[in-house]
Design a protein around this ligand. Sequence first.
Ligand SMILES: Cc1cc2nc3c(=O)[nH]c(=O)nc-3n(C[C@H](O)[C@H](O)[C@H](O)COP(=O)(O)OP(=O)(O)OC[C@H]3O[C@@H](n4cnc5c(N)ncnc54)[C@H](O)[C@@H]3O)c2cc1C
Length: 398
Amino acid sequence: MRAVICGAGIAGLALAGRLHNVLGWEVVVLEKAPRPRTQGYMIDFFGPGYDAAEAMGVLPWLEELSHPVSEAAFLDEHGRCRARLPYDRLARPLNGRLLSIMRPDLELALRERLSLAVGLRFGTGPARVDPGASGIRVTLTDGTTLDADLLVGADGLHSTVRAMVFGEEQRCLRYLGYQTAAFTFDDPQVHAELGDRFCLTDTVDRQMGLYALRDGRVAAFAVHRSADPRRPEDPRDALRREYGSLGWLVPRALAACPPSSQVYYDQVAQTDLPSWSRGRVVLVGDACQAVSLLAGQGASLAVAGAYVLADQLAGARRVEDALRGYERLWRPVVRDRQRAARRTARWFVPETARRLRVRRTALRFAGLPGAGRLAGVSPTGRQRPSLGQLATVPVRSA
Ligand SMILES: Cc1cc2nc3c(=O)[nH]c(=O)nc-3n(C[C@H](O)[C@H](O)[C@H](O)COP(=O)(O)OP(=O)(O)OC[C@H]3O[C@@H](n4cnc5c(N)ncnc54)[C@H](O)[C@@H]3O)c2cc1C
């Protein structure tokens, strides 16, 4: 069997490993970026993706590449700590199964585990998709063609495969009213001041967070309310406009912000579409199940969703049955986390000074709904199914 996977991101790489290593499929992965990404943001990784990474044998790599974070500290414009959340308190309900890793490092770990037999093609993607009676023909942007038994759209929130096969983007995205950005910069003084803390501004309507990285750089991530989902023409300009009024280390971060081409900037949105597969084309990761950064679990769900899809393909007689089984099992988990993210959004970026004060108090008593978001605890108190319960093939290392 042969799969063409569009997108060498977290979901695409996790799935490629499973399809090749466990099912013995021939796999080609297409990635539009010319080379592996080096820019990114910090990811808190826990939950079903953590279990899947362990079962895939990739966890030791993730641990090695992870960053120790002692606490999330919320600082005012003078740099005074107004609230804090120790990471060991977050990790406790997860039995310590939480790590913080830069997105490019997570991709690196998944990529390094791939056999050389998996074809990784950078700088290309699908230009046209033609479904046949028993397979798919994909014409690439360079004019060459690939025939496959399965085409997978693992190409993120703005998926091309989804647009080509399932319908236009506006009908698949639910905008949540925020824009987000991330970039890295050099500033030894800022780096030293952060230490091993994840420091965030304690601010209304907009928030910037900073991490000190092992290699001496600083990773910044920002999120602000916006009625308009459109990407600004010049993201660096937009950042300076939106965050220019914040104090503490923010002016230094904005001054050191790299050119717009090196800034990640996007709307905060969730994916919502009636079906995740059509014939022999299926979506995985943010392309079909984006929960948004407000859920703090998109990467984890991307790895776990890929795991469940591969597991279904291993257990089913027909590809189409496996695709249906994958959606039946996985969609309820995603829907639950999407709802939780929408509910807790106002705690993540408080809308008023009053809400900000409530958040500080809640943090003091460790009852912050956002803490539940991070810890993966259902706000409804309902038990969520574990990956093991969803897998038909026992969750095992491979
Ligand atoms: C600021 C921020 C913070 C976050 N924090 C967390 C967190 O703490 N924990 C967590 O679990 N998640 C977090 N997330 C969410 C997480 O990053 C995403 O859910 C995850 O990256 C989704 O993985 P994916 O592989 O589906 O998509 P992506 O990571 O978007 O990968 C898609 C890949 O497809 C490629 N591609 C796109 N179009 C094409 C095309 N036409 N042809 C070929 N290739 C294509 C892209 O270049 C990319 O490599 C955060 C997100 C943001 C923005």
